[in-house]
Design a protein around this ligand. Structure first.
Ligand SMILES: [Zn+2]
Length: 246
């Protein structure tokens, strides 16, 4: 592993054809969304197994909605930051082939990214647990919770709860990106939880360089990472982008 900076990143990007980004909570912290497990995070006040498990939602929906409304408030206020915008710009230039994200905040799409694989769903969409009907936020009245579908099924945000499977389509799309990338940017995530944890290793097996942008080192840093950039992605990505187009 070598330490790297914006200049080094620009050089790496210049010599790559198919960049893919794997992002996690860390990329959205500068958008005002605290990481779940961090000091300001939801999981310091809500035990995830009690509030974010699909069984809890089915058994006591009003209780879980209390946590969901808090999450919704934080997420609906958030705006994309320069890291999200830089990734969208890289895609527009044809350099970046897609973003695989563990976030549910929709900020990559809001920044203009087109190919976004959402491992954990999207908190801006809603789905009926019984009939699978999807709802837009505007169709729902949050003053009467829990929310029920016309079929009497429970409506839940279209995010992956603990105890639920990763959406099969997202999983397949992620592997497709991983097989063709020659440079994987791991941003704001320790990629510690499967299946996201498998992706950097698979990318490396296919010959990709692994560039990690995290404030602190992770499990990947010593074991897998080729270039480690211990800086905020919202600073280093726009800098590298500017050097790339200079
Ligand atoms: Zn329904």
């Amino acid at each position: 592993m070598k330490r790297c900076d914006a200049k080094g990143l620009a050089a790496l990007l210049r010599s790559s054809q198919a960049v893919v980004a794997l992002t996690g909570a860390g990329i959205s912290v500068d958008s005002g969304i605290p990481s779940f497990r961090g000091a300001q995070g939801l999981w310091t006040r809500y035990d995830p197994l009690e509030y974010a498990h699909i069984r809890a939602f089915r058994q006591d929906p009003p209780k879980v909605w209390k946590m969901l409304l808090e999450l919704d408030e934080v997420i609906s206020r958030a705006q994309p930051n320069p890291a999200h915008l830089a990734l969208a710009a890289l895609e527009q230039q044809g350099k970046l082939k897609g973003v695989i994200t563990q976030n549910v905040d929709n900020l990559h799409q809001a920044a203009g990214s087109r190919t976004v694989v959402e491992f954990h769903g999207n908190a801006h969409h809603f789905v009926c647990l019984r009939c699978g009907r999807r709802y837009a936020r505007e169709e729902l009245d949050f003053s009467h919770l829990p929310l029920y579908c016309q079929c009497q099924g429970l409506i839940k945000p279209d995010v992956v709860f603990f105890g639920e499977e990763i959406p099969a389509l997202a999983n397949a799309a992620a592997w497709e990106l991983i097989e063709r990338t020659d440079l994987l940017l791991v941003i704001g995530t320790s990629a510690a939880v499967a299946p996201a944890s498998l992706l950097p290793y698979a990318a490396k097996r296919h010959g990709a360089l692994i560039v990690e942008i995290n404030l602190e080192s992770t499990n990947l840093t010593a074991n897998l990472t080729d270039y480690f950039i211990p800086q905020s992605a919202s600073l280093v990505l726009p800098q590298a982008l500017a050097l790339l187009s200079a």
